[in-house]
Design a protein around this ligand. Structure first.
Ligand SMILES: NC(=O)c1ccc[n+]([C@@H]2O[C@H](COP(=O)([O-])OP(=O)(O)OC[C@H]3O[C@@H](n4cnc5c(N)ncnc54)[C@H](OP(=O)(O)O)[C@@H]3O)[C@@H](O)[C@H]2O)c1
Length: 251
């Protein structure tokens, strides 16, 4: 059996941390770590890089073909992590950004999960990176926050479906991390205001918590205690009230 972990968006930020910790053995023994992003490159002997654009559906075929061609391929972990967010008013957003966000944040995790499932078995795990932005609709982040909500709900429903065969799906909801994500055009101003509300957390710690939750088979992982409280508040407060409170806090 060839034990494989697949990590998308591994060339920087949270994905690079996930790969570093996987290579150190945090998730148990692995034969290969497949990293998938446009600039994927060899970072350790275990790593097999796939330089692919996950907004292009041909990339899903390429990965499925590679799994078929690998003798005894067993996907023990699929981490759907690749992502970017464009912040700002929806009407002012560059049109390609909305389509790319929808493809990368929603279609890619769905396709990759579907195509890797036949190569999974009891004990296999899917770690889907969502965000605290998923907790409620976010003006100035309309497409991004809705896509992350999709990831959250998709993960939890799938976890309930697959739990009987001991395949678990975890939605990981980090708050702001200081990664290249924040360098994206338009992000800095809104991100600065939003991060006042949520604060920053360390990508290494988020990776550690996410991998531990996946191993334990937990459907939801919110690493930050204050964000767990926010999650609860968004479930209790009516949306207009939660939105008003968020706007007041952001200034
Ligand atoms: N940073 C935050 O504040 C924060 C908070 C909550 C959730 N998140 C989520 O965390 C995840 C990781 O983000 P990060 O903070 O680590 O940001 P990052 O450092 O910018 O990493 C994003 C990764 O996604 C890859 N990627 C982007 N477009 C891609 C495409 N079209 N095809 C394939 N790969 C692509 C990038 O690699 P290439 O450029 O090589 O393609 C990169 O490896 C994302 O899903 C993000 O939404 C981030």
């Amino acid at each position: 059996m060839t034990r494989i972990a697949i990590v998308t968006g591994a060339s920087s930020g949270l994905g690079a941390e996930l790969v570093r910790q996987l290579a150190e053995g945090t998730f148990g023994p692995l034969d290969q770590i497949w990293t998938v992003s446009r600039h994927a490159r060899q970072t350790s002997p275990l790593v097999r890089p796939f330089a692919l654009d996950l907004t292009d559906p041909a990339s899903f075929d390429a990965l499925e073909d590679a799994l078929r061609e690998t003798p005894g391929a067993r996907v023990v972990l699929l981490a759907n992590n690749a992502g970017f967010g464009t912040f700002g008013d929806f009407a002012d957003m560059p049109a390609p950004d909305n389509a790319a966000m929808a493809r990368l944040l929603m279609l890619a995790p769905v396709e990759l999960t579907y195509r890797t499932l036949p190569f999974m078995g009891p004990g296999s795990r899917v770690l889907n990176v969502s965000s605290v932005a998923a907790f409620m609709p976010q003006p100035q982040l309309a497409t991004y926050s809705a896509a992350k909500r999709f990831v959250l709900d998709f993960s939890r429903a799938l976890d309930a479906e697959l739990g009987d065969v001991d395949i678990h799906v975890t939605a990981l909801c980090p708050r702001f991390m200081r990664t290249a994500f924040l360098d994206h055009a338009g992000a800095n101003d809104v991100a600065a205001r939003m991060s006042r509300l949520t604060g920053f957390e360390d990508a290494g710690r988020v990776a550690e918590r996410g991998l531990a939750a996946a191993r334990a088979g937990r459907a939801l992982c919110i690493p930050s205690a204050s964000m767990r409280a926010l999650y609860l508040a968004t479930k209790l407060l009516p949306y207009p009230l939660a939105l008003a409170a968020e706007r007041a806090l952001m200034g």
